[in-house]
Design a protein around this ligand. Structure first.
Ligand code: NAD
Length: 434
């Protein structure tokens, strides 16, 4: 058992802290957001992430997991301190390190004896060295900086944390490595792979991985748009490409572009790093511009069919979150899509199983929300599928038909079979499957 402090109780910190507790460690999760702490202390979960609602109360009840705003007390008791605060994009696109550095200063002021300080936030290459400077400027106590980038995916975060493809550790201090090995021992003894390297390579790996995944998505989206023009079906192309072991099947689905709190921000950040170092990363410039075009692709298709002006048109949108099983809407394609529809004069009514509350921050009262997917369709001139929640896969098509005024489906995730839809009497358009 180790004493762990996790600073920043967001999507990453709450999942990591809860999972470390589940692995038998004693964890305190620190945040400075009092509203979030109040929810957690009352047994609630401030975000939607499957699995947490069961795991958090159990670990709290068993005395392994607590929530607090007292960073200094938590640091003093901890064997290992994780930094898991946000690194949002700054004005030039690079990661804004103000939260990470503020936490580093607070940790420095609380140090008593040797401590392992682990950075889990996604940070530019060289941040480990920067943190070492920030902390050693304020304390005489010994410490080691470790980079432990997080690869969990929202929606399946608990599972990803407990069954990682790899645990990545960037460290040069043997004492710190020993602590990290003990900390993750419950996972490595079950077969999880731990890769140990220098801090800068670990920091780079996180950006390079996200940039590669974003590249695959933009690549397939551009292939899909070409398929659309040439009468090929990108879904057939995807399946056959993915069967090639050199390519593999993941991240080949065409759709409405990538969003979320990581891919767009991390690609912009590594682009900025390349620029600062006068290196070319042209491929990622293309990835971002293809993605910007793709995010409005559904709006373009709707306008092709219904005209440039959508005044008097009622458009139903299924799915707001940037992907299923989360309420997160940071950089979600739904934002550009709905703004595009509203700008053309459409009335928008939306349904998402989890994201109505998050969505109100983006749209205020400019759109309305339906209590269920079918109510969303009443009198609709078109249905846009934006997020592929499982409940949208096989709806009651007769009911869908009966609710809609005009039977046009725009499938932004290629979720439905075009032949079935046409047989059901709908006008169907997907991404790259004309
Ligand atoms: P988040 O915004 O959900 O959470 C960050 C938390 O830190 C917030 O609760 C905030 O109140 C808290 N915080 C900020 N300053 C603080 C301070 N001084 N003291 C205490 N708490 C403070 O962010 P997130 O999505 O969890 O991301 C955290 C980091 O992990 C980012 O660098 C992100 O790029 C990276 N990451 C995120 C994901 C993901 O899927 N969300 C996956 C891998 C890596």
């Amino acid at each position: 058992m180790m004493n762990v402090a996790v600073i920043g109780t967001g999507y990453v910190g709450l999942v990591a802290g809860t999972c470390f507790a589940e692995l038998g460690h004693r964890v305190v999760c620190i945040d400075n957001d009092q509203k979030k702490l109040a929810v957690l202390r009352e047994g609630g979960i401030p975000i939607y992430e499957p699995g947490l609602e069961e795991m958090v109360p159990r670990n709290v009840a068993q005395g392994r997991l607590t929530f607090s705003d007292d960073l200094a007390a938590a640091v003093k008791k901890a064997d290992v301190v994780f930094i898991a605060v946000g690194t949002p994009p700054g004005e030039d696109g690079s990661a804004d390190l103000q939260y990470v550095e503020a936490v580093a200063r607070a940790i420095a002021d609380a140090l008593e004896g040797f401590k392992v300080i682990v950075n889990k936030s996604t940070v530019p290459i060289g941040t480990g060295d920067r943190l070492r400077e920030v902390i050693s400027a304020r304390t005489e106590h010994e410490f080691a900086i470790v980079s432990n980038p997080e690869f969990l995916r929202e929606g399946v975060a608990v599972d990803d944390f407990m069954r990682p493809d790899r645990i990545l550790i960037g460290a040069s201090d043997e004492r710190a490595l020993d602590v990290m090995r003990k900390l993750y021992r419950p996972l490595t003894r079950e077969g999880a792979k731990m890769l140990v390297m220098d801090v800068r390579s670990a920091e780079m790996t996180k950006y390079a991985s996200n940039a590669m995944l974003a590249t695959r998505i933009s690549f397939m989206n551009e292939i899909a748009n070409l398929c659309d023009l040439l009468g090929a079906d990108v879904d057939n192309v995807r399946r056959a490409m993915g069967a090639d072991t050199r390519i593999g099947p993941d991240f080949l689905r065409a759709g409405v572009g990538f969003g979320g709190s990581c891919f767009p921000k991390d690609v912009r950040a590594i682009l900025q790093t390349a620029k600062e170092n006068r290196a070319s990363l042209d491929i990622l410039d293309a990835v971002m511009s293809a993605n910007a075009r793709q995010k409005v692709r559904l709006v373009d298709l709707v306008k092709e069919d219904l005209g440039e002006s959508l005044v008097g048109k009622r458009i139903a949108v299924w799915g707001l979150a940037f992907k299923p099983r989360t309420d997160d809407m940071r950089e979600a394609p739904s934002i550009e899509i709905i703004n595009g529809l509203l700008a053309a004069g459409a009335e928008v009514i939306a349904y998402d199983p989890e994201a109505h509350e998050t969505s109100s921050v983006f749209f205020g009262d400019r759109i309305t929300y339906a209590p269920d997917p079918y109510a969303c369709l009443e009198g609709a001139d078109a249905l846009l599928l934006v997020t592929e929640w499982a409940e949208f896969t096989s709806p009651d098509w007769e009911r869908v038909w009966a609710m809609m005024r005009n039977h046009a489906l725009y499938d932004g995730r290629n979720l439905w079979d075009p032949r079935d839809m046409t047989a059901n009497g709908f006008r169907y358009r997907g991404i790259g499957r004309r």
